[in-house]
Design a protein around this ligand. Structure first.
Ligand code: KG4
Ligand code: ZN
Length: 338
């Protein structure tokens, strides 16, 4: 089954063709980073305008080879920026109407959750997912295809957002995650340490205190050398990684899930991937990642998620745009902390 997928939830205009949920036939991503860079973050109105300008070309490029028969069109319906989501939905519905192809709505978080499926062909539930991006930091359990329960989420900033803000404080660019990762890599031994935001007694996360700790550190003096800034970046990154890896693997152990999947922009971070690989054996858990190109927003993951929906004949998300589309948080389970 060939699915043409469209993703416009934030600042990437993307289209892809995915065969049987696992083979990426084509994938086009038009990044708006140059548009938002000067503001150090995504400006919603500029994002929707940029989607309008590029969506047609992006879809055309992804579906250049018209020999590829399309069985369904998938489109992200939320969560995301309302105006940006609307552009994708209008494009999907118009194309569906013109070509007489059914259109299915997909949850963006479900797309990130299922993105490792493209790399790891035999993936199946039960799985615990850490979705860690610029807008989300969530721990989600899937006990069967299509069933998701959130056990934890950030109470303030998303991890990627904290990377972006700390990069800005250090006078570096946007998006901050890849820059901080690069600078941290130049540090042989981390001497500038920051608190690890554990939030005991819950699977929730919090990164705003850590961000403030970096701010207070920077207020200690007026000028910081590049080497000192790299130390701060490395110390900050280490605290984020320690809490993400520690909490996720503990949750997997607690909920008796042996497969952990990590998706979202921050999952591209090599230090995070290495930390999971180092720790996973201790917890008897296997951590799986999507290809780095499929960590940040892309349409291939939306195609993979749509395939799972159609294969397991669940209702699609519907085509109603839902900017705050949520995965329900479970309250009933007894948490076991050690
Ligand atoms: O998944 P994504 O493209 O968009 C959202 O759904 O939010 O994630 C973008 C976020 C940004 O905050 C960016 O700084 C972060 O992912 N990011 C990274 C890395 N690459 C992207 N964070 C840490 N290390 C990276 N290598
Ligand atoms: Zn995303």
């Amino acid at each position: 089954m060939n699915i043409l997928a469209i993703e416009t939830s934030c600042d990437e205009t993307a289209a892809a063709i995915v065969k049987d949920g696992q083979k990426v036939v084509s994938s086009i991503i038009h990044s708006q980073i140059p548009v938002h860079k000067q503001y150090n973050g995504v400006v919603p109105e500029l994002a929707s305008r940029a989607h309008v300008q590029s969506i047609h070309d992006v879809i055309q490029l992804a579906w250049k080879n018209k020999q590829n028969k399309i069985d369904a069109i998938a489109v992200t319906v939320g969560p995301g920026l309302a105006g940006s989501l609307l552009v994708g939905r209008m494009a999907a519905q118009t194309l569906g109407w013109l070509e007489e192809i059914p259109v299915v709505g997909v949850n963006h978080i479900e797309g990130h959750f299922l993105s490792p499926m493209i790399e790891h062909k035999k993936l199946e539930p039960p799985m615990l997912g850490l979705i860690v991006s610029g807008g989300h930091t969530e721990l989600i359990i899937s006990t069967r295809w299509g069933r998701y329960e959130k056990i934890g989420q950030t109470r303030d900033d998303a991890a990627g957002e904290a990377f972006d803000k700390v990069s800005k404080m250090l006078g570096w660019g946007y998006p901050g995650g890849p820059i901080i990762e690069r600078m941290a890599r130049t540090v042989a031994r981390i001497k500038t340490l920051f608190p690890i935001p554990w939030l005991h007694g819950t699977w929730d996360f919090s990164f705003s205190g850590l961000k403030t700790a970096v701010l207070y550190k920077l207020r200690e003096k007026k000028r910081w050398s590049h080497t000192e800034k790299c130390q701060i970046a490395a110390g900050f990154q280490q605290s984020v990684i320690e809490v993400l890896v520690g909490k996720t693997l503990k949750a997997a152990q607690s909920f008796h899930v042996s497969r952990v999947i990590v998706g979202g922009g921050v999952a591209a971070n090599r230090a995070l991937r290495e930390a999971f690989q180092t720790a996973e054996k201790r917890y008897g858990v296997k951590a799986l990642f999507p290809h780095p190109k499929l960590c940040t927003d892309n349409a291939a993951m939306i195609g993979a998620a749509a395939y799972i929906k159609l294969k397991h004949s669940r209702k699609s998300q519907g085509l109603q745009i839902q900017p705050h589309l949520n995965i329900p948080k479970i309250k009933s389970r007894t948490y076991q902390f050690s």
